[in-house]
Design a protein around this ligand. Structure first.
Ligand SMILES: [Fe+2]
Ligand SMILES: [Fe+2]
Length: 292
């Protein structure tokens, strides 16, 4: 029995859908799906129709793409209503969402599996860049994010406000867990700035998380932290805690001949053989060290 993880299935792409359908059953394992299943509710339905019969349990968190809605679309939900719709879909398939009680991993350690939905608030930026200049600062290097057009935060006044509401709610739930109880923290966006600056587009960090979660891995006793979003698969350590970026990504980001099963990360295995797949010891963020 393993706790496996993936994210960024991006089922709008045919090759990714084919890989999902070809995934063999894992009847003893649980599967984390950490966001960016696709841009449409139908993509989540397709994913859960395929995955829930093949795994003992499926744990889901949303990503930015899952929340997208074209500004002029009248036939689709947006903002909080979209999130609520996705949660309802998950529940109809028995998948665990960030709105559900945190299930316990049955290895006798009391470990809680914690899917979170925390968004981003533009705080992953250097201290000398003011918030109101941040998006312009990113655009100076040609970096932008479609979230600016497609991720409608309504009824929240801004994406940052929605992020802060999510952090408040999630932080309170985590603080209410029994003292010292270990966790597996799961969020689409990385929890730390130093793990959220893609080397080729470091200013994309604006859309990658919030400084509010920088120390959550220590405060909430994480055995491992699972995220996606960057399409940069890594296994890295901070303060003795393992951080797993488990994305599949767009077809250009993975090798179809390996199949999806190759990319599922065994996140509670301390000696994860998958670590070796991603150049152990090499930290793609090393050129951008920051202490937070
Ligand atoms: Fe993605
Ligand atoms: Fe994403």
């Amino acid at each position: 029995m393993r706790l496996l993880a993936t994210s960024d299935l991006h089922l709008g792409h045919r090759a990714n859908r084919d890989a999902l359908v070809a995934l063999p059953p894992h009847p003893d394992d649980w599967l984390i799906v950490a966001g960016d299943v696709g841009e449409r509710v139908d993509h989540l339905v397709f994913a859960l129709e395929t995955l829930t019969p093949r795994f003992a349990r499926v744990i889901w968190t949303p990503g930015n793409h899952d929340l997208w809605c074209p500004p002029d679309a009248t036939d689709r939900t947006r903002g909080q209503a979209r999130y609520d719709e996705l949660v309802a879909v998950c529940r109809s398939f028995g998948a665990i969402t960030p709105e559900d009680p945190y299930p316990e991993w049955p290895d006798g350690t009391g470990t809680r599996i914690v899917p979170m939905f925390l968004l981003f608030d533009y705080s992953f930026r250097p201290p000398d860049v003011p918030l109101d200049a941040a998006v312009r600062w990113a655009r100076e290097t040609g970096v932008g994010a479609s979230d600016e057009q497609f991720l409608d935060p309504q009824p929240w006044p801004s994406r940052a406000a929605w992020c802060h509401a999510r952090c408040d709610l999630t932080e309170a739930r985590l603080a209410a867990l029994p003292a010292g109880e270990p966790t597996v923290l799961i969020n689409h966006w990385p929890l730390r700035y130093d793990l959220a600056r893609p080397p080729r587009v470091p200013r994309f960090s604006l859309w990658c998380g919030t400084m509010r979660t920088s120390d959550w891995h220590r405060r909430f006793h994480a055995r491992v932290v699972v995220s996606g979003h960057l399409h940069l698969r890594t296994t890295l350590w901070r303060n003795g805690v393992r951080f797993e970026e488990v994305s599949l990504g767009y077809p250009r980001d993975w090798h179809a001949d390996r199949g999806l099963a190759w990319y599922l990360r065994d996140v509670l295995s301390d000696a994860s053989p998958t670590s070796a797949r991603f150049a152990p010891g090499r930290d793609p963020f090393f050129d951008h060290p920051i202490d937070v």
